[in-house]
Structures are given as structure tokens and as C-alpha cells.
Design a protein around this ligand. Structure first.
Ligand code: F6P
Length: 524
């Protein structure tokens, strides 16, 4: 593995800070560089990304590129695609790209092909037989967020053959809502868990199985299948071997929608639609694998993020899709980015400094009527990724035009702002102008990227998600953290198990006064 000392990174950051100077005006950058659009707009397949409204000069971008190279990005990228042990703390390769047919050994590709064939065969059979009218997909985190996002988005491309519902939370309302009004006879339950140890998923799966068995008795088994990387765990859960769909430990949970985790999607939309989704991601994989760093979209996206986080000091990143069908993009990226790079310690056990910002957001235009006030005038604001779809899938062209106009206006407004002198002109001789004018002033110079998809096809969606996956990888290399483990989720899980056991036994163990009082409340 290449080694890096944090000191090297610190000297790169110092250089970048010097380049940032006291202020970088995005508007000035446009004025002084007539070729800005050539360097800062990139296209790959159905996706165009416009980084020109980032507060970053060409010189700074070049310095960031040097930084990335000094972090051995090319070597890390080669290791990733070669299937080397990139996830060092868990001693695993990271090969979600192999699920899309890119990278991995011959043996890996053979396993993937066999699984894809089995999934497609099963999905076709369910669709052709027509016995099932609904699929209830049970899973949480990576076993839920991807399929949920994609299920919404695929609806732009085609009808669902049956109803698709999700249950994730351990809150009983989640499984109750998912099962409500369904007929057990015509419902297929798909339990998805990489580890098959997740409390929420096991409890929801038990509840769903009881619901099936109460009505169907022994026949219920045929309506219950599992997707997992822990076959033994599923067998112990009394799921027959031929009803278990496998994936592998080299597929991280938050990178798993491309695997058998997407089985419910295949059943609902058909294997062909799912194949297009994989193909779109594969196109981005090849772009990332083969392009020089200077021409790589994921690298550009990662570097502008590094600039905003580590040089300009922004602590969050907003994701605003102006497309209802991908309104869950921010929730999906929250896990992808924050579980991957929400780390404080480097691969070699040192303090990492600033890493992943808070990822948040909601669909436009809804957000405009909620938190955009903060984006425009709050402190300090946040860089925004706007994501829009050029083709109208709603068959309401007037709505679509308004949607796009709003999207483009927001990025322009964030950049231009509204200077105080203009506000004063409007206020004319209002006596309280000194107090009001600053309040109505927009500082502007707030950075954003605008990503447009030609259409919301499964191909374009795969392309978009893979872009973010590779961006996360690049940032992980630059921050020198392992983007593929998630130790930070363990402690709470362990304590919850202890607390639950104690609450069930009616006697609290050794806890602080606050936790003990809360446990007492719940035991009443
Ligand atoms: O708690 C976090 C996590 O481990 C995620 O990484 C994962 O996607 C989720 O739980 C669900 O895990 P599993 O698929 O093993 O049930």
C-alpha cells in the first residue's frame, strides 16, 4: 500500500489556502477566464456536470490535481479495480464495480454472472406467474436506501408489475404500514441483510413471517426469501437454501443495490430495466478507471468537495434534486458519503483532520420554501449539488419548464447575490433603510454544482449513482481514511442490546443517572 504522512497533506493544504487568498469571487472568475466553461463543465454519457459556479480558480484546481496525485490516487484506483484489499481494517476487497461487469477476477465475474442469471430467472418467473401482487422488501441502511431511491426513479421509465413496499425501522409502525391491507397469499416477503444479524431486519422479518404463517401455515415458506452475504445466518433463520440469494463480503452494504439486494427491483420492473441500470454504472466505472485524473468527473467532483470542506471550511454539503423521482437522493448519499468518509482517524491511525461534511437536502422546489432562506442568507451557508433532469417524464411540459427554471435560478441567485446598494435603491428614502437594507442583502458567492441528466432512464440513474460512489472513493484517498468500514455504528448497537435485555429483565445495570431514568420511564 502507498504510505502518506499527514505532514505532506498539511503542506498541500497550506498551498491551497494561499491560493484561496482572502476571497475568491465566482463572478470575477468568469470575467477573468473566458474559457472557464471549457475547463469546468464535463460531460460523460447522459450526464453533464457544471462545476463553473464553484469558488475555485483554474490555478487552484491544478494544485488540487497535484494534491490528488501526491496522495497516490492513481495507484489506489488501480488497486481498487484489481480487487486488492482496499478495505484494510476488515481485510476485504471492494468490488461493487464487478457487479456491473467491471473489474474483479475471472472467478468473481463468473459468480456475478451466475447470480445475475439466477436473479433474472426468479424475477421473470414471479412476473410471469402473476401469483404475487405485492413485494414487501425488508432491510435497513444499505439494504434499504438504494432500493428505495431506485424504485422511485425507475417509475419514470416503466410501470411496476406489482406493488413494492418497504419496511426498515424497528418501530413496529414500519412493518405494520408495509403489511397493511395486503393479502398474505399474494405477498412475497424479501428479507435483505448483508450480515443477517441486524436487529431491525430480523425483528421485521419475524413479524412478517408470523403474519404469513398465521394465514398460510406451512405454505408460508414459499412466500419468504432472503438476500444475504451470510448464508448460514439465513439458514439458521429457517430459510431454505434454494430461497436464499447470495452476495459477497466484497460488496459493502451502501454499495450493494447492484447485487441481489436489487432483487425486489428486478421483480417489480423487470430484469431488462435493471440491466440498463447496471450498464449506466459500468459506463461511469470505465470512465473513472480509464480517464486521466484531469479529465475524470468523479475526481473533479471530489476535488471541488475537498476545496469547499478543507480550504473554504464549509461543514455541510446540500444535495437538491429538482426531480421528484430522485427525491431520496440526499438520504441515500447521507449513508454513502457519511458512513464511508465520516471518519476521524487515518488508515495509519493518525488524526485525519477535517473529513466528510454533513450531507443533507431535499427535493426542489420544496426546499425553496423551507431551508433555502438559510442557504441564501444563513451563516455560513453550504455548497449545493443541484441535480436536474432535462427530459420531462411527467407529461406536463409547463410544470417541467417551471421546475428547471427554479433550479437554474437558485444556482444563479446563490452566486450573484444582491448587493446592498441595489437594495438601498429599491428602499428609496425609507427612514429605517440602514436597518433594513443589510437584512435584504444577499451576500452571494455561494458555490454550487449543477448536474443535468438528459433523461431519468435507468442507465442515467446508474451513471449518476456510480459517479457519487467514485467521488467518495477519491475523497477517502485524499483524506487517507478507509471509506469501506463503519466501526462508528457498532457501539450504539451493543449498548442497545444490553439496555433491551435489562429492560426485559426489569432490572437496570450500571448506567449514568440520565440513561437509568430513561430506562425507568420505558419500564412503567
Ligand atoms: O448499521 C450500519 C449498517 O451496518 C450499514 O452499514 C448497513 O448497510 C446496514 O447496517 C444494514 O446491514 P445489513 O445489510 O447487514 O442488515
Amino acid at each position: 500500500m502507498p504510505t502518506d504522512s499527514f505532514t505532506d497533506r498539511a503542506s498541500h493544504y497550506a498551498k491551497l489556502e494561499e491560493l484561496a487568498g482572502k476571497s475568491v469571487s465566482i463572478q470575477d472568475l468568469f470575467k477573468t477566464d473566458p474559457k472557464r466553461m471549457d475547463r469546468f463543465v464535463m460531460r460523460e454519457g447522459p450526464l453533464r456536470a457544471d462545476f463553473s459556479k464553484q469558488a475555485i480558480s483554474e490555478n487552484a484546481l491544478n494544485a488540487l490535481q497535484d494534491f490528488a496525485a501526491a496522495c497516490h490516487l492513481e495507484e489506489w484506483r488501480a488497486k481498487l479495480f484489481a480487487g486488492e484489499t482496499v478495505n484494510t481494517s476488515e481485510d476485504r476487497a471492494v468490488l461493487h464495480m464487478a457487479l456491473r461487469g467491471v473489474g474483479g477476477s475471472k472467478a468473481v465475474q463468473k459468480d456475478v454472472k451466475a447470480m445475475r442469471k439466477r436473479m433474472a430467472g426468479f424475477a421473470d418467473k414471479v412476473r410471469e406467474e402473476g401469483k404475487f401482487k405485492a413485494v414487501v422488501h425488508i432491510g435497513i441502511g444499505g439494504s434499504d436506501l438504494g432500493p428505495r431511491l431506485v424504485a422511485d426513479a425507475f417509475q419514470a421509465a416503466g410501470e411496476m408489475a406489482l406493488e413494492l413496499r418497504f419496511a426498515e425501522n424497528v418501530d413496529g409502525a414500519s412493518i405494520n404500514d408495509a403489511l397493511h391491507g395486503l393479502n398474505p397469499k399474494t405477498t412475497l416477503v424479501v428479507v435483505v441483510s448483508k450480515s443477517f444479524t441486524t436487529q431491525e431486519t430480523r425483528m421485521n422479518a419475524e413479524a412478517a413471517r408470523t403474519w404469513l404463517t398465521d394465514k398460510l401455515g406451512k405454505k408460508a415458506g414459499a412466500n419468504f426469501i432472503a438476500v444475504t452475504a451470510n448464508r448460514d445466518g439465513a439458514l439458521d433463520f429457517d430459510i431454505p437454501s434454494d430461497q436464499i440469494f447470495d452476495f459477497w463480503d466484497w460488496v459493502g452494504g451502501r454499495y450493494s443495490v447492484w447485487s441481489a439486494v436489487g432483487l425486489s427491483l428486478q421483480i417489480a420492473f423487470g430484469p431488462d430495466v435493471f440491466d440498463q441500470f447496471l450498464k449506466g454504472a459500468a459506463k461511469m466505472d470505465k470512465h473513472f478507471r480509464d480517464q486521466p485524473l484531469q479529465e475524470s468527473l468523479p475526481v473533479m467532483m471530489a476535488l471541488t468537495g475537498i476545496w469547499n470542506r478543507n480550504v473554504l471550511g464549509y461543514s455541510s454539503q446540500a444535495i437538491i434534486p429538482y426531480a421528484r423521482r430522485i427525491r431520496k437522493l440526499a438520504a441515500f448519499l447521507q449513508q454513502l458519503e457519511m458512513e464511508s468518509n465520516g471518519k476521524r482517524i487515518t488508515r495509519d491511525g493518525k488524526e485525519a483532520g477535517l473529513t466528510c461534511p454533513i450531507i443533507w437536502g431535499d427535493e426542489g422546489t420544496n426546499g425553496q420554501h423551507a431551508f433555502f432562506q438559510w442557504l441564501h442568507q444563513g451563516t455560513p451557508g453550504a455548497p449545493v449539488d443541484f441535480v436536474a433532469v432535462l427530459r420531462d417524464h411527467s407529461e406536463r411540459p409547463d410544470h417541467h419548464a417551471a421546475l428547471l427554471a427554479n433550479c437554474f435560478a437558485q444556482s444563479e441567485a446563490l452566486m450573484l447575490g444582491k448587493p446592498e446598494y441595489k437594495v438601498r435603491e429599491e428602499l428609496e428614502k425609507r427612514p429605517d433603510a440602514d436597518a433594513i437594507a443589510p437584512q435584504k442583502t444577499f451576500p452571494g458567492n455561494r458555490p454550487s454544482t449543477t448536474i443535468t441528466l438528459d433523461e431519468l432512464s435507468p442507465f442515467a440513474l446508474g451513471h449518476l449513482i456510480a459517479l457519487y460512489e467514485h467521488k467518495v472513493f477519491v475523497q477517502g484517498v485524499i483524506w487517507n481514511v478507509n471509506s469501506f468500514d463503519q466501526w462508528g455504528v457498532q457501539l450504539g448497537k451493543v449498548l442497545a442490546t444490553t439496555i433491551l435485555e435489562e429492560m426485559e429483565a426489569g432490572k437496570a445495570g450500571d448506567h449514568d443517572a440520565s440513561t437509568a431514568a430513561l430506562m425507568k420511564l420505558a419500564s412503567k
